[in-house]
Design a protein around this ligand. Structure first.
Ligand code: PMT
Length: 221
């Protein structure tokens, strides 16, 4: 195997997280895991040792990948941090930003016309990896945006101390959640590249080409 990823550990998070409200209900989102699983498969095919931290999805594990299944944001964070040290972390998961303050032990009854749930912020896994003592050489985030894609994505690149961010538009047919295709606007300090529209498997290869190039720049810095 050749390329900057061969023989190196790559940690990928994929899919949604589910935040339980009670034993039968949860807060979730529409991520299918396809984008993250395509990245994990492509990295493994390049000879990387891939650890795939997967939220609740209905996808088979790609060949040659160590898969760890999780449910909540807290479990995903624990599994991602336990997978360090790594050369690269790619956060393709759609992590819930808020979770119920507490999980009701029994099924909640419908007693009123309205129900108020108290939600608390979940820890930001990606930002935590970027300031971790065992920080990977390259920390790559995703950004799911409905508008003003470049401004919000570049804001996250800086705020979360990332090396690269891949932004995709959500809420429009043919890209983002659930579908097989996507289009990515990739940003790094001083650079940008448009990828696609194309199948997520094709975009995964193109994004890993950029990761490969940026990794070589970081190694020689
Ligand atoms: O799974 P698919 O159906 O294939 O869809 C792919 C996708 C749309 C889910 C994927 O391409 C994508 O955009 N993933 C990131 C979705 C997201 O949560 O974006 P965000 O802008 O809210 O978060 C920004 C980044 O912070 C992401 O890398 C996210 O993983 C990370 N994050 C967010 C919150 C949190 N508590 N911890 C995090 O690590």
């Amino acid at each position: 195997m050749s390329g900057a990823l061969a023989g190196r550990r790559v940690v990928v998070s994929a899919g949604p997280t589910y935040e339980d409200i009670d034993p039968v209900r949860f807060i979730g989102n529409r991520s299918s895991g396809k984008m993250g699983f395509a990245l994990a498969a492509a990295a493994a095919a390049r000879g990387a040792e891939v650890v795939l931290i997967a939220g609740p999805v209905h996808l088979p594990a790609p060949d040659g990948v160590r898969r760890i299944d999780v449910r909540s944001a807290a479990q995903m964070r624990e599994a991602v941090l336990a997978a360090l040290p790594a050369e690269v972390y790619i956060g393709a998961a759609a992590v819930a930003d808020y979770a119920p303050r507490s999980v009701a032990p029994g099924k909640m009854k419908k007693t009123g016309a309205t129900l108020v749930l108290e939600l608390v912020r979940t820890p930001d896994i990606l930002a935590g990896v970027a300031i971790h003592p065992q920080r990977p050489k390259l920390v790559v985030g995703f950004a799911a945006e409905t508008d003003d894609v470049e401004r919000y994505a570049r804001g996250k690149l800086v705020d979360k101390k990332l090396d690269m961010i891949a932004a995709n538009r959500v809420g429009v047919p043919g890209s983002g959640f659930e579908c097989d295709d996507n289009a990515l606007s990739v940003y790094w300090p001083g650079g940008a590249r448009e990828l696609g529209p194309a199948p997520k498997t094709v975009l995964a290869e193109a994004l890993l080409d950029l990761v490969d190039t940026r990794l070589q720049v970081h190694r020689s810095a």
